[in-house]
Design a protein around this ligand. Structure first.
Ligand SMILES: C[S@@+](CC[C@H](N)C(=O)[O-])C[C@H]1O[C@@H](n2cnc3c(N)ncnc32)[C@H](O)[C@@H]1O
Length: 252
């Protein structure tokens, strides 16, 4: 059964955190943030703890206030929030062409609202991927209550790794070099030459009209990637390892 009463909110608050430790978890969660004096380094190195505390602390509020599906959707006049979210989930299932016998992975499945609706609507089997043990336990309870335990299951994220961190050379180096013999076209000079070449080819009607603008927006994207990498806010190589939670273990 969905937990929607104020008592459910209170009893679920804190997720897998023991009740007497909720207050200190809130302190720790807040202290990760800059306005409470937290440092980027600490947020980055404790990413899993930060994310888990957040979801342990907020999930029962989301379920209480928003329902089983934690997303948004377009909404028509006269349509309830719940109806609009379900319509959005049906839309996704139709766009994906889901049918009985198909298997789908729902990455970041929350407590499984969309997963259940899509599984019932399409008869496909859906596996939910999540990093939070409390949300997975709610998924399992709710799936059981609607008879979906056999068709849908869950995997829990074991580790998330930014593979770019361990790269001996920065991954963005090809886009940031002034000069390189083996990747000249990607260097700043090489890209400038390509840009001028495309401009000329477009003027001569060899390349279609609009080619230079494509070159320009790729150039903007390349600069953005390099800047994002240098500021440590973007990585292109994210590796997620997940596995089914062991039945007798709440946490992995
Ligand atoms: C906004 S909620 C959306 C949940 C669900 N898709 C829905 O619409 O109801 C985001 C979800 O992503 C999950 N999540 C966040 N970071 C994750 C990660 N690194 N690996 C797996 N799941 C993650 C959270 O636990 C949460 O369930």
């Amino acid at each position: 059964m969905s937990k929607t009463s104020a008592l459910d909110l209170a009893s679920g608050l804190g997720g897998k955190i023991r009740k007497e430790q909720v207050k200190s978890a809130v302190d720790q969660y807040e202290n990760y943030h800059e306005i409470y004096g937290g440092e980027v380094e600490s947020r980055t190195s404790n990413y899993a703890d930060l994310a888990n505390k957040y979801y342990d602390l907020v999930t029962s509020f989301c379920e209480y206030g928003w329902g089983e599906s934690f997303h948004f959707g377009s909404r028509w006049q006269g349509e309830t929030l719940r109806e609009s979210l379900k319509r959005h989930e049906h839309f996704l299932a139709l766009q994906l062409g889901l049918k009985k016998g198909m298997k789908v992975l729902d990455v970041g499945c929350g407590i499984g609202g969309p997963l259940r609706e899509i599984a019932r609507f399409s008869s496909a089997s859906v596996t939910g991927l999540n990093n939070n043990a409390y949300q997975i336990s709610r998924c399992k309870e709710l799936n059981f209550s609607v008879g979906l335990s056999e068709t849908c299951n869950f995997v829990k994220v074991v580790s998330v790794k930014d593979l770019a961190e361990d790269s001996p050379l920065p991954w963005y180096l090809p886009l940031d070099s002034q000069f390189s013999l083996n990747g000249f076209r990607l260097t700043r000079l090489g890209r400038f030459i390509t840009h001028m070449l495309v401009k000329t080819l477009e003027c001569l009607h060899v390349a279609p009209q609009g080619s230079l603008r494509v070159s320009s927006f790729l150039e903007t994207a390349a600069d953005g990637l390099v800047k994002g990498a240098k500021e440590g806010i973007f990585t292109p190589i994210f590796f997620v390892l997940a596995r089914k939670p062991l039945d007798n273990q709440a946490e992995i």
